[in-house]
Design a protein around this ligand. Structure first.
Ligand code: PGA
Length: 254
């Protein structure tokens, strides 16, 4: 059995107060540890959210980190700092980090971040996904497998329990257009088969999340797919009623 996930990626949203209230509402809702619920607030609110979820089965994640432990890297945050604040997860290689010109993160950098985050003891949620043009050109699988291959280069087999992969088609993120359950399943199955060529049987244990305009209305049909082990939720994770319904859908399919 693979671990099922509902991950909230808050991106650059909420005030301190909103972060606290949202986290508290989610924590109050989750009364089971059958699935893993992860909240990823902006860096400044990690502590606030950690306080709000204390004693619940909800855990803390970050949206990014740097690939060094400490030193002269103005403005950066290290994986060990995240652990120090109570983080268990970190999202790496999100398409907004890869594609926005101001960040332009390459898989090579993401790979270094992955390795350092692992060393710090974090579980990494590594994202990959194709653009609409790439899909139209029939290149979706190539793009995703290339991003994952390069971002996960040298990933140690014995650390596989610290890896979660999120398929997030760029054309579905924040657009209201969700991949169909069939499109998600097809890419997840492909990703798992690629993982199996690297890691053999252990790839069966790898949790694969889908992200991109997940809502309470489409979560059930996505999560019903054989190889969809959870959801990475942006916009809908900022609304208590939406996100708690998505959590319930995840529990129902666990
Ligand atoms: P969305 O974002 O749910 O708002 O589409 C998902 C993500 O970017 O992780």
């Amino acid at each position: 059995m693979r671990r099922k996930y509902a991950v909230g990626n808050w991106k650059m949203n909420t005030t301190r107060r909103e972060a606290h209230d949202l986290a508290r509402a989610v924590a109050d809702h989750v009364r089971t540890d059958r699935i893993q619920v992860v909240l990823c607030p902006p860096f400044p609110y990690l502590g606030v959210v950690q306080d709000a979820i204390k004693g619940s089965s909800v855990v803390l994640g970050a949206q990014n980190c740097y690939c060094e432990t400490k030193g002269a890297f103005t403005g950066e945050v290290s994986p060990t700092m995240l652990v120090d604040l109570g983080c268990r997860y970190v999202i790496l290689g999100h398409s907004e980090r890869r594609r926005l010109k101001d960040f332009a993160e390459q898989s090579e950098l993401i790979n270094r971040k992955v390795m350092r985050a692992l060393e710090a003891g974090l579980t990494v949620i590594v994202c990959a996904g194709e653009t609409g043009e790439e899909r139209a050109a029939g290149r979706a699988q190539d793009v995703v497998s290339e991003q994952l291959r390069d971002s996960l280069m040298g990933f140690p087999l014995d650390r596989l329990p610290q890896l979660t992969v999120a398929y997030e088609p760029v054309w579905a993120i924040g657009t209201g257009v969700t991949a169909t359950p069939q499109q998600a399943q097809e890419m997840h199955l492909f990703t798992r088969s690629r993982a199996a060529t690297l890691w053999g049987e252990k790839a069966q244990k790898l949790s694969l999340l889908y992200g991109g305009s997940v809502t309470k209305d489409n979560a059930v049909s996505l999560l019903a797919q054989q190889d969809v082990d959870g959801v990475l939720v942006g916009g809908a994770s900022l609304k208590v009623d939406q996100f708690t319904a998505i959590i319930d859908a995840t529990i129902a399919t666990a």
